[in-house]
Design a binder for this molecule. Sequence first.
Ligand code: SF4
Length: 88
Amino acid sequence: MTDQSSDSARRKLGAAPGLCGTCVHAKLNETNRGTAYLRCTRAAWDARLPRYPRLPVTTCPGFEPPGFEAPGFEAPGFEAPGREGGDA
Ligand code: SF4
């Protein structure tokens, strides 16, 4: 939610997004009618979250800022130290 088009959409939201404003799971969309809405993409697989959160979101169990890496997560192509050499 940081490019220029999303800045325009953010102004049309009608409410401050709160945590969603800096969350990697937030998707901001503009409608043809000149309004905007925020969709939580994490809600597709996390049943705790609403697909269209009521703004502003002040607490959220799914909030993840940019650059956040969940414990145990390994990016594709990355091998954790000490795991080289296969089964031992
Ligand atoms: S995970 Fe929470 S903070 Fe992130 S977009 Fe969804 S509702 Fe907003």
